[in-house]
Design a protein around this ligand. Structure first.
Ligand SMILES: *Cc1c(COP(=O)(O)O)cnc(C)c1O
Length: 357
């Protein structure tokens, strides 16, 4: 293949590798932290009942006003404090571009969401990985060096560990002159959101997604919340790139999903209950389980170890995530599925263990 047409540097980019999305439906899929239940019937019902012909003939609302109003209402903000994008991955990309292209490095934990280094490369942002402690907890004192900013998922991925709000505040105070992004993709599964700090911290940007707790990963909808000056910055970048990112269908469906607060609370409750049960059962059969406030568990399996377990489970049609990288190569990340799926997982883990002896 001839790469002579590519811009210089393109070949050196190392793109993000998403988790496997198999075409077979018989697999138990616990590898990408999707929600195991269908989304809000209010949201899904729209797709069956609503006539989108006019909405699709026209360009969508470039400002997603109704959707931003729904998000602002739910989180007690104003619509001017809300920015929406095509999945939080897009919101993250625009945030990196808007806030972190500086002389100093961007700081993030050494074990974290692997899209961050990809954006750094794309936008020529230097980065510094700050080691987590041995138990994967965040070491706050390491975040006060001169920096372009800080980004941290809370709960962290793929560890699941959660940082309480007073520690998020300490982090914000480490970098008063720089943006601190708290990527709260998993916050609804048990943590307190930093949204309540927004009006007190001009440097705080909180990012949420509909992909996990709203069961709408296929819709591609994420949003950022922060003081107006940060949102204005994001809008400048977005409108220089794509002024209609949220399609008309996604705007409607997402608005209905956000407004269905009862479904959302109930769904999170179910996932949390299943997580707690699994945490206990896996520990009983010899897995080390990292404390999680997310919809997944990072676990260290006993013999024959993580890589062998990953392969053995794959043969039994169960997909989990194995990261062949330093510090977590002995671990598996297992998304929380339905109770029936998790029972199957546990039964298969017991069989794999039994076949060892
Ligand atoms: C899943 C995930 C996202 C991506 O969400 P999308 O809205 O689907 O793009 C962002 N950050 C973290 C930490 C995630 O785990």
């Amino acid at each position: 293949m001839s790469k002579i047409f590519w811009s210089p540097g393109l070949e050196q980019l190392e793109p993000y590798t998403p988790g496997e999305q198999p075409e077979s439906k018989t697999l138990i899929k616990l590898n990408t932290n999707e929600n195991p239940y269908p989304a809000s019937p209010q949201a899904l019902g729209l797709l069956k009942q609503y006539d989108f012909s006019d909405a699709l003939r026209r360009y969508p609302d470039p400002e997603s006003r109704e959707l931003r109003r729904a998000i602002a209402d739910k989180h007690k903000l104003t619509p001017e404090q809300v920015f929406v994008g095509n999945g939080s991955d897009e919101v993250l990309a625009l945030s990196f571009y808007s806030f972190f292209r500086r002389r100093e490095p961007l700081l993030f934990p050494d074990i974290t969401y692997s899209f961050y280094p990809v954006y750094c490369q794309l936008f020529d942002i230097e980065s510094r990985k700050i080691p987590l402690a041995r138990d994967f907890s965040v070491q706050l004192q390491d975040y006060s060096a001169p920096a372009a900013g800080v980004i941290i998922p809370n709960p962290n991925a793929p560890t699941g560990r959660y940082l309480p709000l007073d520690e998020i505040e300490a982090l914000l105070e480490c970098q008063p002159q720089r943006v601190v992004i708290v990527d709260e993709a998993y916050i609804d599964f048990g943590g307190d959101s930093a949204i309540t700090l927004i009006n007190r911290y001009p440097n705080l940007l909180v990012i949420h997604t509909l992909s996990k707790s709203y069961a709408l990963a296929g819709l591609r909808l994420g949003f950022a919340m922060g003081q107006k000056h940060l949102i204005q910055g994001l809008l400048r970048a977005k409108n220089s790139f794509n002024s209609y990112p949220i399609d008309a269908v996604a705007q409607r469906v997402a608005t209905a999903a956000i407004r269905d607060t009862a479904w959302h609370a109930d769904n999170c409750g179910k996932v949390i209950a299943t997580r707690k049960r699994c945490e206990q059962t896996l520990a009983e059969i010899g897995f080390e389980v990292v404390p999680s406030q997310a919809n997944f568990l990072l676990v260290k399996p006993p013999q024959p170890g993580a890589e062998a377990f990953n392969q053995a489970l794959r043969k039994r049609d169960i997909l989990v995530r194995y990261f062949n990288q330093p510090r977590i190569s002995e671990y598996l990340r297992i998304s929380i599925g339905t109770d029936a799926e998790m029972d199957q997982l546990i039964r298969n883990c017991k069989e794999i263990l039994a076949s060892q002896s």
